[in-house]
Every structure is written in structure tokens, then in C-alpha cells.
Design a protein around this ligand. Structure first.
Ligand code: NDP
Length: 236
């Protein structure tokens, strides 16, 4: 049976890789980004939806459209996220609010809406894409680190609340993954990161997708943080 997998931030990078992986497993994929670009797969099992997760009405409308096409959501992958790195002294209130508003509050909105469908059916998997930075910090990333650390608390609260209803909530915590988000970093910074990764390479969207598809089929894994970082965070 094909599942209905709802993925935010699926137009590029990690989200696109996750969408491809679920599609390859035979699932139906609702792919969300702000422009409705979709994950680059043209198939009746893929819906490309435009929604900004900072807007509650747009989130609700995207879920309505996806459920009209594929039925209730079985798996949520809340992946959409942004960075606005600044040294602490120059981190404006708006920079903090923007990053938390997307990465944490936007994710919360998707979780709440997906849970509604899952509770009715007493099954479901909620997968949040966090970051190793949420556990170990990052220079100039107070806003981003705070938003990603908070996702662990969000997932664990939901795991306790909805576990009895057959719903899991887990976090995947990627390390340094080659995407648009990291492409812009200066070469010395990239070299510095690489030196700290025991695997000796940066990760790919495919690496992260493996953890997401695993969690979607692991009903006894709940409230966990799964690092996908080549050893950078040593299990944290
Ligand atoms: P990208 O910047 O490559 O892609 C981000 C995706 O999120 C795009 O599809 C973007 O689409 C979408 N998006 C951003 N804001 C919104 C919004 N408000 N509403 C809906 N969609 C939105 O990022 P990555 O693929 O690198 O990262 C994906 C996730 O993984 C993020 O949560 C990131 O924090 C996390 N992560 C990334 C790591 C890395 O090294 N790359 C490491 C650890 C975690 P559009 O702009 O068209 O709306």
C-alpha cells in the first residue's frame, strides 16, 4: 500500500532527496515549497504544492489539497528551514524571529495539522529535520541553533502525547550536507568543518533520506534523535 508522505521544503537539497527516496519506495508524495516548484518528479504519485509554512492558512490549504489527492497523511517530513547567520552582537530581533518563525513555529504548525489526520487513524510518523548545530552550537548561529534544539523538545513532547495513539515523532539531525544552504560558505570554513568529520566527507541528501525512510517504517522508535553527520557530533 502506498503511503501519503507530506514533505516541506522539497524543491531542492535535502527535502528533494527525501521526496525522491519515498517516491522510489512507491509512496505518494506531497511536496511543499513557497513557489510550488516540486521535487522535479513528474508523476501522478507526486503533488507539487505552494505554501509558506510561516502562514497558517497556507499550511492548512496545502494539507487540504494533498489529502484530497492522496487521502490522510501517513508520514510528515518537516524539513523546510532557513538560516540567517550573524555574530550575536549583530543578530537583530527580526533575524531571530525569522529563523525561529520558519524552523520552529512553521514546523509546529505542520506537526499540529498532520497529527489531526494521524490521530483519527491511530497511526503515523512525524519526522523533523533538526541539525547537529542544535546539539553542539555553531558560531554566528544563535538563532538557528536555538530553533533546531527546540525541535527535539517539540518531537519528544509529541512522542509522549501521541505515542499511545500509534504515532511516532523523531528528529533527524544532519551534519554538514552539500546543498544550496551550505554551498555559499567560504572555502576556509568548509575546510574547517571537513577536518572535524570522522567520515572525511560531507554528507548528501541521499544520506539523510535513508534515516527519514527508516523512521517512517519504525513504529517502536519514538522521541529519538538520529544523527546523520559522519560522526561530527559523536552521536548527539
Ligand atoms: P535548502 O536551502 O537547500 O532548501 C530549503 C527548502 O525549504 C527549499 O525547498 C525551500 O523552498 C524551503 N523553504 C524555506 N522556507 C520555507 C517556507 N517558509 N515555507 C515553505 N518552504 C520553505 O536547505 P537544505 O536542503 O540544506 O536544508 C533542509 C533542512 O535541513 C533545513 O531544515 C536545514 O536547516 C536542515 N539542515 C541542513 C543541513 C545542511 O548542511 N545543508 C545540515 C543540518 C540541517 P523555497 O525557498 O522555494 O520556499
Amino acid at each position: 500500500m502506498s503511503r501519503h508522505v507530506f514533505i516541506t521544503g522539497a524543491s531542492r537539497g535535502i527535502g528533494r532527496g527525501i521526496a525522491q527516496a519515498f517516491f522510489d519506495l512507491g509512496d505518494n508524495v506531497a511536496a511543499v515549497d513557497r513557489r510550488g516548484l516540486g521535487p522535479g518528479i513528474v508523476d501522478r504519485r507526486v503533488a507539487a504544492l505552494a505554501a509558506d509554512i510561516t502562514d497558517a492558512a497556507q499550511v492548512d490549504a496545502a494539507f487540504e489539497r494533498a489529502e484530497a489527492q492522496f487521502g490522510k497523511v501517513d508520514v510528515l517530513v518537516a524539513n523546510a528551514g532557513v538560516v540567517k547567520d550573524r555574530p550575536l552582537a549583530r543578530l537583530a530581533d527580526q533575524d531571530f524571529a525569522d529563523v525561529v518563525g520558519t524552523n520552529l513555529t512553521g514546523t509546529f504548525r505542520c506537526v499540529r495539522r498532520a497529527a489531526r489526520s494521524m490521530m483519527a487513524r491511530r497511526s503515523g510518523a512525524i519526522i523533523l529535520i533538526g541539525s547537529v548545530v542544535g546539539a553542539v552550537g555553531g558560531v554566528g548561529q544563535a538563532n538557528y541553533a536555538a530553533s533546531k534544539a527546540a525541535l527535539v523538545g517539540l518531537a519528544r513532547a509529541v512522542a509522549r502525547e501521541l505515542g499511545p495513539r500509534g504515532i511516532t515523532a523523531n528528529v533527524v539531525a544532519p551534519g554538514f550536507i552539500e546543498t544550496d544552504m551550505t554551498d555559499g560558505l567560504p572555502e576556509p570554513v568548509r575546510r574547517g568543518h571537513l577536518a572535524q568529520i570522522p567520515a572525511g566527507r560531507f554528507g548528501s541528501a541521499h544520506d539523510v533520506a535513508g534515516a527519514a525512510t527508516f523512521l517512517a517504517s519504525a513504529p517502536y522508535v519514538n522521541g529519538a534523535v538520529i544523527p546523520v553527520d559522519g560522526g561530527l557530533g559523536m552521536g548527539h
